[in-house]
Design a protein around this ligand. Structure first.
Ligand SMILES: [Mg+2]
Length: 256
């Protein structure tokens, strides 16, 4: 399978740079979309190409998925803990270490303050529970003993910690989730770019959430590739996971 000429040319320029970041979505790119999401395994050869790329000097490779990191690791067969191939889960909120530098000291302090606020509220509503999360915490009121007081607990959380500057609130069923940072695949790529000092970033994705990743690929040598149909801000397009595998294999051949 051969790639469109403009994409092949962009890959050749990208491959010649000293340090590059190769990042990709998982479902629909590395793994074909299947009816059962629990059986979305990689196309044969794709992970091997990514691992070979990760083994080359000056190349960092990352899987950036909406799935939680544990599931991403199980399905892809990539542990993400050996440093060779990075895995980032939950749309950029789940990293292998200290959030990959997502939270600096002020944000860590804000997260601690939010968790303390939520714990104080939960203590006043027996049965309420606080679930710490990487970027904040959630107040669960489903099991509040006096069910009629559950809305009041949520309201206290909205007026208190949720109103702190820099805190983002998301309502769920009997739960209020607070985060100190709006995680996204775009933010994840910015962090990876900063951490690795990569001169350019390649990213492949097939879904709407990948547009946030494409949006941060604004450097001249960045290569954004939409996989499949649909409106996109990506500069290039290929038709499916087999073509995505060709992108990785072509890059591997160029880089070697
Ligand atoms: Mg996808």
């Amino acid at each position: 399978m051969s790639l469109p000429a403009p994409l092949a040319e962009a890959l050749a320029r990208f491959a010649a740079l000293r340090h590059v970041l190769v990042a990709t979505d998982y479902d629909g790119v590395v793994a074909p979309i299947v009816a059962d999401p629990a059986a979305a395994f990689p196309l044969p050869g794709t992970v091997a190409a990514l691992e070979s790329l990760a083994g080359l000097p000056g190349v960092t490779v990352a899987l950036v998925s909406g799935r939680d990191r544990a599931t991403l690791g199980r399905l892809s067969g990539v542990s993400g803990s050996d440093g060779a191939l990075v895995t980032v889960g939950s749309h950029g909120a789940e990293w292998d270490d200290d959030l990959g530098g997502l939270l600096d000291a002020p944000l860590l302090a804000l997260r601690d303050a939010v968790l303390a606020d939520l714990a104080a509220i939960a203590a006043r509503f027996p049965g309420a529970a606080v679930e710490p999360k990487p970027l904040g915490g959630a107040l669960h009121v489903r099991n509040v003993v006096d069910a009629s007081s559950a809305p009041a607990a949520l309201e206290e959380a909205r007026r208190g910690p949720a109103a702190r500057p820099g805190v983002h609130a998301t309502d769920g069923k009997a739960v209020l989730e607070l985060t100190v940072l709006d995680a996204s695949k775009g933010r994840a790529l910015q962090v990876l770019r900063e951490r690795t000092g990569a001169a350019a970033v390649l990213y492949l994705g097939d879904d709407v959430t990948d547009e946030k990743a494409f949006a941060v690929l604004t450097e001249a040598d960045d290569v954004s590739v939409k996989v499949g149909d649909g409106a996109t801000a990506a500069r290039f397009r290929v038709d499916g996971p087999a073509a995505a595998r060709t992108v990785f294999e072509e890059l591997l051949a160029l880089r070697r």
